[in-house]
Design a protein around this ligand. Structure first.
Ligand code: M6R
Length: 364
């Protein structure tokens, strides 16, 4: 069943070009120029804000989507972990869309948060992998991510499929709210259609990542940094690494470095900087310089322009293909997954069934 791979996680990582293409095909029109689903089931013009709720990796997908909904659709977004949301019982203003993201559709805290929102939010929408799950059933509208069965406890293909569906929703919202016209929408969708191909290119970095992972496996701690929509990806990189390799890892917004975590930086500390060459690149490079000045070992994950501008002092670099800004967070998930995977393999941990973790957390 592992289709020749050593672990389900590896199989699931390498399935991503196919499942992402499936998800894109499901939601877009045949010519790929418009959004076929959802249609008018969600009244994006009739809401003023979105409340997103999830746990773990699905929560990180929500944090990423916040950047898209705010920037593209002009919709304010609050993101909460479900265990906090459900007991905080926050006020839900009128015209709030409540959006829940869950691979399993059975996570106890997310389900409880959904139940709290029913009757309070204008609409409850779930983005799920398991279509027959409780969360799918109890929400007003369930949108499948079509990742196929995910067995590895560390979520990989579900994360990138969640992001893909959320990106399409953000574009739908932007279009419905008159923030982007047909041509701009088609332009963004063209970028999205190119995603599976870009993911294939990123997967081809496996050999250098494997070599790097041998070094990372020696570390006791690691720090992941990112800015903008790369900040949640830094969180995801850290979560993946700690889950399966048991290396203590933290993800931080690059700009927070000097507000605390820089105190940890020394010669032994790998700092993974996720930074495509975008409008925030220079800011992130200056954070990187602060790490280098303290002897930190920087692994820069960037694109060709970023690699050129970053200078020679970085310890290692991984160069991803250029990508439209919208799909960059999805693309940058790939090296984060491969890095965690190969580090865990190098350490000999149980990749698919890490200690103390369950695939589906149905008790709080
Ligand atoms: O099934 P769900 O998406 O609701 O699960 C949420 C988290 O338990 C899950 O993402 C967890 O954090 C993964 N092990 C992350 O790799």
């Amino acid at each position: 069943e592992k289709a020749g791979y050593k672990h389900f996680m590896a199989k699931e990582i390498f399935e991503q070009p196919v499942v992402l293409a499936d998800a894109i095909r499901h939601y877009l029109s045949d010519d790929g120029q418009t959004i076929a689903r959802p249609g008018d089931e969600i009244d994006f013009a009739g809401i003023d804000r979105i409340a997103m709720v999830a746990c773990g990796t699905a929560y990180i997908a929500c944090l990423t989507a916040k950047y898209w909904f705010e920037r593209l659709a002009g919709l304010p977004v609050d993101v909460d972990v479900a265990s906090e949301f459900r007991y905080r019982e926050p006020p839900i203003p009128d015209r709030t869309l409540a959006l829940f993201v869950s691979q399993s559709g059975e996570t106890a805290d997310t389900l409880a948060a959904l139940r709290f929102c029913k009757g309070r939010a204008a609409q409850t929408v779930a983005v799920v992998n398991v279509a027959e799950s409780s969360i799918a059933r109890e929400s007003d509208l369930a949108l499948p991510i079509l990742a196929g069965v995910e067995i590895g406890v560390a979520s990989t293909k579900a994360f990138t499929c969640q992001l893909t569906v959320l990106a399409i929703l953000a574009l739908k919202a932007a279009h419905a709210r008159g923030r982007i016209d047909d041509a701009a929408l088609a332009g963004h969708l063209e970028g999205l259609n190119g995603l599976p191909g870009l993911v294939n290119v990123a997967l081809a970095l496996e050999t250098p990542i494997k070599a790097l992972a041998q070094r990372l496996a020696e570390a006791e701690d690691a720090l992941f940094l990112g800015r903008g929509a790369m900040f949640p990806l830094a969180l995801e990189g850290a979560l993946k690494l700690k889950e399966i390799s048991y290396i203590h890892a933290e993800g931080y917004a690059s700009g927070e470095l000097k507000h605390g975590p820089i105190a940890l930086v020394d010669k032994r500390m790998p700092v993974i900087v996720m930074a495509p060459h975008d409008r925030l690149f220079d800011k992130t490079v200056s954070n990187m310089q602060e790490v280098l000045a303290r002897g930190g070992k920087v692994l820069l994950i960037t694109d060709a322009a970023g690699a050129e501008e970053a200078g020679e002092e970085v310890w290692q670099r991984l160069v991803l293909p250029d990508a439209p800004e919208l799909v960059e967070p999805i693309l940058y998930a790939i090296p984060a997954q491969l890095l965690a995977y190969h580090t865990a393999v190098a350490k000999g941990t149980d990749v698919d069934q890490p200690r103390n973790l369950a695939k589906s957390v149905t008790v709080e």
